[in-house]
Design a protein around this ligand. Structure first.
Ligand code: DLL
Length: 433
């Protein structure tokens, strides 16, 4: 279902006019109200009145995660504090959190974006949405909550964790839609199997999954374990939370809510805007936000744009599902490796679970050594050490040919890799560089 056909299916030329009008306004507001942006624009010798076309956005400065951290907690606020009604933060692993402050208008943008997202996955007011994204400073729980309320569905605000209770509520309240990280969806499915619950007998028919990298095969796994359709949804705290882009029933890329979030793809090395279809770093400008609007925010996420018409009728630009990040890229003995590449290779190998951990050490010889811990499917974990040895060799061979580096594979028993209720941790990098 298309939640807002007027906007989602708008003539792209008309949409561009709105985008330009908002961009001009935004540049004015930020120049007047946020010292950080005024300084940046002055340093580049650009004034808001120099913006005449959408392409002129390339003259405006970028914003980075470090800029946000340096301006913690409120240095980028563009609205009076009495207009702020809600705050979210993402912690990251180092340094200060990044903060998003929402005015009532910003919350409305979020509600609309998430309603579009969930409606595209088939959510209607007849649905019972089991929302197991975390509630709190994390945007996942509240975002899906707002989306479901806006559609008029019933929400079960479960938050993540307490899996036994999740499974009980799922059965007793007849949840029809699931929202959580893909890794938690798989974890719950395993627990359900152990508890003898047949998920196929439940009315769960669809789910919106995101907040962490996942592959096409993980999608298949979730779909077959639950007997549901699984949709990819994308977003980040800095821009609004979930609701930035989402899959429709065609599942051929994620439609960007580009009337709110103006997207660009740049070369991460040079900062130059790349033509459609070329892979690079995704950048967003929040066209209509009031609390903490951002100019050309560098997400570090890697994707490319797809502008061919979509069979669903939406005219918004789509982004390919993420390929990884410019910064979770591991550099091992000089070779760039993305955890998603390892996952993709692994999932094609019979006998393994989509559960793995990459441990990187710097050995005595100062060479990087990678241990890939892989869970073996219960039925494959036989006592025949010979069979396991064959599987181990096979994985090592596949990795060597795909990644151009050798790594050591350690097969572990089912369920030994720590499960996460939120975002899964796939890499432990012990190198001190
Ligand atoms: O993860 C917002 C969110 C919540 C999105 C619920 C989807 C569902 P942050 O914690 O700020 O916000 O993390 C944002 O997570 O830059 C991506 O690297 C990654 N990410 C988010 N969605 C996806 C996805 C939320 N569908 C960062 N696929 C982003 C891959 C994703 N990575």
């Amino acid at each position: 279902m298309i939640f807002n056909p007027e906007h989602e299916c708008m003539d792209p030329e008309l949409r561009k006019k709105f985008q330009l009008a908002h961009l001009k306004n935004l540049a004015e507001t930020l120049y007047e109200r946020v010292a950080f942006y005024r300084k940046k624009m002055d340093a580049l010798g650009i004034k808001p009145r120099d913006i005449h076309s959408l392409r002129d956005i390339e003259k405006l400065p970028f914003t980075t995660k470090d800029d946000l951290r340096e301006n913690y907690p409120r240095g980028l606020l563009a609205a009076p504090t009495d207009q702020i009604v809600e705050v979210h933060m993402s912690s990251g692993t180092t340094g200060k959190p990044v903060v998003d402050e929402y005015t009532r208008n910003d919350i409305n943008i979020w509600r609309e974006s998430m309603a579009r997202t969930m409606a595209a996955a088939g959510c209607t007011k007849n649905d019972v949405v089991q929302n197991c994204y975390g509630y709190g400073l994390f945007t996942g729980g509240p975002g899906a909550h707002y989306g479901a309320l806006t559609i008029g569905a019933e929400v079960l605000p479960m938050s993540s964790g307490n899996t036994a209770r999740q499974l009980m509520v799922m059965q007793d309240f007849g949840s029809t839609m699931l929202t959580c990280t893909p890794s938690y969806a798989l974890y719950m499915a395993e627990e359900a199997a152990d508890a003898g619950i047949d998920l196929h007998k439940l009315p769960l028919g669809k789910g919106c999954f995101g907040a962490e990298p996942w592959s096409e095969n993980m999608r298949k796994e979730i779909e077959s374990r639950y007997g549901m359709k699984a949709y990819d949804i994308y977003g980040l705290t800095e821009i609004i939370g979930p609701g930035v882009s989402f899959e429709c029933e065609a599942q051929n890329g994620l439609h960007i809510n580009e009337d709110f979030f103006y997207p660009e793809i740049i070369d991460p090395e040079t900062g130059r805007v790349l033509p459609d279809g070329e892979k690079g770093e995704l950048v967003f400008t929040t066209l209509t936000k009031d609390g903490t609007p951002l100019l050309r925010y560098r997400t570090r996420d890697i994707t490319y744009f797809m502008r061919e018409p979509c069979s669903c009728g939406r005219t918004t630009v789509r982004m390919h599902r993420l390929f990884g990040r410019t910064d979770d890229m591991l550099i091992i003995r000089g070779v760039n490796v993305f955890p998603s590449q390892i996952e993709q290779a692994l999932i094609e190998i019979e006998g393994t679970e989509p559960q793995y951990l990459i441990v990187v050490n710097r050995g005595e010889t100062h060479l990087d050594e990678v241990e890939l811990q892989v869970e073996v499917k219960k039925e494959f974990f036989s006592d025949e050490t010979k069979d396991l040895e064959v599987l181990r060799n096979k994985i090592e061979g596949v990795m060597k040919s795909r990644l151009q580096i050798g790594l050591k594979v350690k097969l572990v028993e089912p369920k030994t890799i720590e499960r996460s209720m939120g975002k899964a941790k796939r890499v432990i990098d012990n190198r001190k560089i």
